[in-house]
Ligand binder design. Sequence first.
Ligand code: BGP
Length: 470
Amino acid sequence: HKRQEGLNVNDFLWGGATASYQCEGGWQEGGRVESMWDVYLHENHLENGDVASDHYHRFREDIRMMKEGGQNSYRFSLAWPRIIKNREGEVNQEGVDFYNRLIDACLEYGITPMVTIFHWDLPQYLEEKGGWLNRDTCVAYTHYAKVCFERFGDRVKLWATFNEPRYYTNSGYLIGNYPPGHQDIQETVTASYYMMLASAMAVEAFRTGGYDGQIGIVHSFSPVYTTDTSVESAIARRFADNFYNNWILDTAAIGEIPGDLLGELKKTCDLSMMTPEDLAVIRRNRVDYLGLNYYARVMVKPYESGETTLIVNNQGKKAKGTSQTIIKGWFEQVRPESSRYTEWDTEIFPEGLYEGIQQVWNKYHLPIYITENGIGLYEDTSVNQVEDDDRIEFMDMHIAAVLKAKEGGCDVRGYYAWSPFDLYSWKNGTEKRYGLVAIDYENGLERRPKKSYYWYKDVIETDGKHITGK
Ligand code: BGP
């Protein structure tokens, strides 16, 4: 295999991030088995990722464009259903070969791969046995992670065990808008716990295997704000911070699930799956770095009334303004009216990234990568070049926040645009576009760089000199 040359490991990583299900396509090729997303989307007749961006066939072209766009790193995920064939854990060599080609292409172009082991595409054969509600999945995951370290660890030095366990379990088990589509608090707690346990088990396998490099976790980071400085608001903030962040970050970085959170959960949930042996695994296997995906902050106020309500806008402008979060007894989300919002109700608040990085750095003192940041927009991609000035403005403000935190002494080591090219945005389909490169889904999936692609290239080449922060 080819080795990477010419890249200083101390270089700040500027890249783009994707996820296997969202970009690869080729869902029945190369011995890939079904994932829970294939089954869920097919059965419900929803827009799917059968073809997606066809990265499975065009990854060379995509990576070449990253290189030509000045990027020096690519964050992507491995599809478990391509690598492990069945519950017995047999390896699919064709899947391994595919990722070998992809990793080699990165190295050929001087691009540092940052590899996510699990970004939501659980093999259906495991979902059928209860998926993340079943501890056996932790064992299967650890076997899969070991296969990845063995086969790719000679060239991959930056690993993430999971992408956004909080978002995954919330969507799949609490809100119910993502597979498996349940709405159950107990299941949410069980699945979240098992994912964090699996993460720690993979970290342990990484350490005992003596692999070279760093292993971390990627979190959907929502720094919490309150409307005032009352005691009630401070309590609501703590509840919200436990709900959104601490459950993942404390567990991964300190090795401890917050005690006050466990105390609350214990009132209504069965926590007997948290055995002393497994809690010890969590405790002794902390991550090397934290990956933060930042889209927006969350502002909360004390809980007043109503049932637990979680409404996510997966319909864009058709449902603008309908998003809502109430966690009964804990907090209610507030929508700051003076703020700007995307068509999918995401607040635009770059200050939250600056303050959030500081909070995370001060609390955990671990290296930080901004593993995702970007804006979903409706775009007409039939033109020669999409003039995505809104994306440029968004990225400018957020990169300014990252650089300011870095200059202020936080150990931030990289920034990844979500996403280097257009891809399938889960339940939002392909009309919610994030890419720096447009994909013309109607015309043979042709790739055409948007204005932001050239803008990002200039940012990287000038080390952010032209960033305005406005
Ligand atoms: C993160 C996920 C990504 C990606 C991104 C944008 O939560 O890690 O997979 O999809 O958010 O979100 P969405 O596609 O829902 O707009």
